[in-house]
Design a protein around this ligand. Structure first.
Ligand code: FAD
Length: 495
């Protein structure tokens, strides 16, 4: 694909954040009977989807002569059908079907210590092995309701709270009071198993940041979650989405292997010169830029970023994580009867800051292999995906694809800390200034797919609004953090 000489809009970043912007710019124009803008969607790597990254491999050939092919997701891997209403609506439009293309997963979690001294599940019916005590289970359920409601309806009151302060203050006020182990044995380890914890560890996370995730992905304070996995992996959903867009949205030019560099040409109209970072760069002139890659990547890609925007983007910090698919059961609970879909390591007290993000998926359970008649036949091993495993995985236990490449991915996500909440509260007031817009996970809540899509909708709506009124010349007032989060969670819960 050759880069066009001129376009209306260049969208930088081909993760779901950038795809959402290109989709919504096009769809909103068509809905209003208008002509969609010409868009170039630039992705630096050789595939679409960013953090949605599926790995395919084979266990060889079974006795029946059929290949024992398998897959697993190294990054994005599931979604809550109840809360991801925008994503489900897009899936319906593109013919990505429930029961065929996405299916319910076995939604179980085990919390365990590495030395085998403790392992329990969060289900009311213990999963074969040791169950959570009734008091801890009641407290965990109560937390999901009480804290979920507080994040949605009383967000302003708790906007400066860390999760630790919230639990310590609110726990004793409940009837019955929350079990003192709720934080150390369940909530903090669970937060550690989310992908946006800073090196300060889970206790110092903003209460509202944690609850963003719990509300949307796990149903806290709203309808019970209905978690589904993508059949054949998250990349299958991205492939279906991009395929639909390529067939139905001819106004979009899709450019892979195009690491965009952007410069403002102040005297010209269109104002931006975009080229790829290569020996023989191809150049495109654009009127509008949408930055939908990570904040730090955008800062380096954009030469001469306007000062108010660079101040906001510079406040966003990133975590590097490693995700590995393997057959090494030693990173799972010692008692294999406790193995669940999600297996969350309880750190030794005081050590959490050393390894903020640790979670182990039993991949067979995650993709509900138990419903697959071939599962467990021919001596198939269970296989696992570990994010930041707490022990090294031996090389010969790491799964390999057909080309011999190991199943290892470097995944990055912004920390969801107080600085990010502040930055998010300023984004709206910067949108459109100098014809630049901001999208992607760091701009909206915990950056789940649903939130990336909501941001894409918002950017498109502002683009058309400013086409009528002219783009803002000065940054407006920041939004209030508590109100912003509360409004977003209320909207998501349909309130
Ligand atoms: C380990 C992990 C697990 C997760 N699990 C889930 C999950 O189960 N469900 C869920 O909803 N969300 C999950 N998330 C959150 C997920 O990251 C978001 O849902 C979403 O994928 C973020 O999309 P994005 O477009 O903002 O960023 P990314 O997916 O990171 O995409 C950014 C893209 O920008 C590109 N880029 C960077 N610089 C340039 C440049 N100069 N020019 C062009 N392109 C550039 C990058 O190559 C990349 O492809 C997970 C995240 C992580 C890290």
């Amino acid at each position: 694909m050759v880069a066009p000489a001129n376009v209306d809009v260049v969208v930088v970043g081909g993760g779901v954040g950038g795809l959402a912007v290109a989709w919504n710019l096009t769809a909103q124009a068509l809905q209003n009977g208008g002509k969609p803008p010409s868009i170039m969607l630039a992705e630096a790597s050789g595939r679409w989807g960013g953090n949605a990254d599926t790995f395919s491999f084979t266990f060889g050939t079974g006795p029946d002569g059929k290949p024992l092919d398998r897959w697993c997701d190294l990054g994005v891997n599931d979604f809550n059908v109840t809360a991801y209403t925008k994503i489900v609506s897009v899936m319906n439009t593109i013919g990505f079907k429930q029961g065929v293309d996405y299916k319910p997963l076995e939604d179980t979690t085990c919390y365990f210590t590495a030395d085998g001294s403790l392992a329990f599940t969060d289900n009311s019916v213990p999963w074969w092995g040791t169950g959570m005590s009734q008091s801890l289970l009641d407290s965990a359920n109560s937390f999901m309701t009480v804290a979920g409601n507080d994040a949605t309806k009383n967000a302003t009151k708790f906007q400066n709270y860390t999760i630790e302060k919230y639990i310590n203050e609110q726990g004793p006020l409940q009837t019955p009071p929350w079990d003192p182990d709720l934080g150390p044995l369940v909530i903090y380890p669970r937060i550690n198993g989310m992908y946006f914890v800073s090196e300060l560890g889970p206790r110092s996370m903003p209460f509202l940041a944690v609850m963003h995730y719990y509300a949307i992905q796990e149903g806290a304070g709203g309808q019970p979650a209905y978690r589904c996995y993508f059949v054949d992996g998250a990349s299958a959903w991205i492939t279906a989405l991009v395929g639909y867009m390529q067939r139905n949205m001819p106004n979009i030019t899709f450019m892979l292997n195009y690491q965009a560099v952007i410069a403002q040409v102040r005297t010209a109209d269109p104002m931006y010169l975009v080229q790829d970072y290569s020996d023989n760069p191809t150049q495109t002139m654009a009127t509008t830029i949408v930055l939908a890659a990570h904040a730090d990547d955008c800062l380096t890609a954009f030469i001469g970023m306007p000062a108010p925007a660079s101040a906001v983007m510079g406040a966003i910090r990133y975590n590097n994580g490693i995700s590995v698919a393997h057959t090494d059961s030693r990173v799972l609970p010692v008692n294999s009867n406790c193995w669940c879909t999600y297996n969350i390591l309880i750190h030794d007290p005081g050590s959490a800051g050393l390894k903020p993000y640790v979670i182990n998926y039993v991949a067979n359970r995650h993709q509900n292999d138990a419903a697959n008649p071939a599962y467990d036949q021919f001596g198939l091993p269970q296989f696992f995906v570990s994010c930041n495993p707490h022990k090294p995985i031996p090389e010969n236990m790491i799964l390999k694809d057909a080309g011999g490449n190991p199943a290892v991915a470097n995944l990055r996500h912004n920390n969801f800390d107080f600085a990010t909440l502040q930055a998010q509260s300023q984004i709206h007031s910067l949108q459109g200034m100098e014809n630049i817009y901001y999208a992607g996970g760091w701009t909206h809540g915990s950056g789940l797919h649903e939130e990336c899509w909501a941001q894409g909708e918002e950017v498109a709506a502002l683009y058309y609004q400013y086409a009528q009124t002219g783009v803002p010349k000065e940054p407006g007032e920041p939004q209030e953090v508590g109100k912003l989060v509360g409004d977003r969670l209320k909207r998501n819960a349909g309130l």
